[in-house]
Design a protein around this ligand. Structure first.
Ligand code: UT7
Length: 333
């Protein structure tokens, strides 16, 4: 199908899903040697949602997707493409998006996963947007969903206090209104730093054995300090580059929806971008770091609070394992 020249891609609907169970810092401090005070002051996190046993990433994705489709005022059958960003697929294959297609009762539309860790949702939005503008898909589901509790090492206090589960979804729709929706996206990666944030076991490099399980190689390994420093640097750079590339200044940005990893990272971003904290959407106190679900969960909250007004310039910016980073500039329609 030919896409009319000047078409844009808007986020026509947004939905989110958080599992019912909440794990507080106090409860965590009964599991490992930590405290509510340490977690709050070092990260900003108070609690996180944890999926039920048997509740999968595709289950959470499907819940968020249903809400996003309803919010867009569409029928499920209007969706023509599904992209799920996740590092915790239901299975190594088939991809999670195929499970979502089945659970939504959709027809035989293309469905695939994209793995760019915490930057995954922005990567997925860009891939979906590009496919829509080139191939003419009118409505696409872009989902960021994680069951990080399934790859968290619950004996490692340096990581287990950080992560949570959840899903956020956006319906992307072609629009003939120019200069709205996703205006620009910046993607990047540094493959020389694959070792500082990873799940080392279970892939072709280290297939599952009793030993890989005993050594917790199927769980998240992170050198937090190093990740922290690079996160601040690349999130600031990509945010600033994107604002400049759009011919805007920091003062033109109405809302920043950052990856929710650590309040101190977000504060550094606020200071270096020269955008005050009241123009940031923050929910990590209640969700922790939900990797690919982080941006769409925060975006959904901003939407529900009425912070995404017509004409608002919204900057999303993320950073994660890979290392990967991504930023997108959205003008709300
Ligand atoms: O989403 C992908 C990107 N991920 C991130 O962006 C995470 C980035 N990193 C971070 O957010 C921070 O580095 C952490 C929150 C993970 C850690 O904070 P930090 O200020 O960098 O602490 P640290 O690793 O330097 O550890 C400081 C101290 C250590 O004790 P000593 O060696 O000073 O005696 C740790 O053993 O805090 C100790 N510690 C803890 N104490 C209580 C580490 N974890 C805990 C804990 N409770 N949960």
């Amino acid at each position: 199908m030919t896409v009319p020249h000047g078409s844009s891609v808007i986020l026509s609907g947004i939905g989110a899903y958080a599992p019912e169970a909440v794990l507080t810092n106090d409860a965590l401090s009964r599991m490992v040697e930590t405290s509510d005070e340490w977690i709050r002051t070092r990260t900003g996190i108070r609690e996180r949602h944890i999926a039920a046993d048997g509740e999968t990433t595709s289950d959470m994705s499907t819940e968020a997707a249903r809400k996003a489709i309803e919010d867009a005022g569409l029928a499920v059958q209007d969706i023509e493409l599904i992209v799920v960003a996740t590092v915790t697929p239901d299975m190594p294959f088939p991809n999670t998006a195929c499970f979502v297609q089945k659970k939504l009762g959709l027809g035989k539309i293309p469905a695939f996963d994209l793995e760019a860790a915490c930057s995954g949702f922005i990567y997925a939005m860009d891939v979906a947007r590009s496919l829509m503008l080139v191939s003419g898909y009118r409505h696409a589901l872009v989902i960021g969903a994680e069951k990080l509790s399934s790859i968290t090492n619950w004996d490692d206090r340096t990581t287990c206090v950080l992560f949570g589960d959840g899903a956020g979804a956006a319906v992307l729709s072609l629009s003939e209104e120019p200069e709205v929706g996703i205006l620009d996206t910046l993607l990047g990666a540094d493959g020389t730093e694959t070792g500082i944030l990873c799940v080392p076991g279970g892939g072709s490099a280290s297939p599952s054995t009793v030993e890989t399980i005993e050594r917790s190689l199927h769980k998240i390994h992170m050198q937090g300090n190093q990740v922290f420093k690079i996160a601040v640097r690349v999130m600031c750079q990509s945010g600033l580059n994107l604002i400049e590339r759009a011919g805007l200044t920091s003062q033109d940005i109405d809302l920043v929806v950052p990856h929710q990893a650590n309040t101190r990272i977000i504060e550094a971003l606020s200071s270096r971008l020269d955008i005050s904290m009241d123009r940031f959407e923050i929910n990590l106190d209640r969700f922790g770091n939900t990797s690919a679900a982080s941006i769409p969960l925060a975006l959904e909250e901003a939407y529900r609070k009425g912070r995404l007004k017509k004409g608002a310039n919204v900057l999303t910016v993320a950073f994660g394992g890979g290392l990967t980073w991504a930023a997108s500039l959205i003008r709300w329609h």
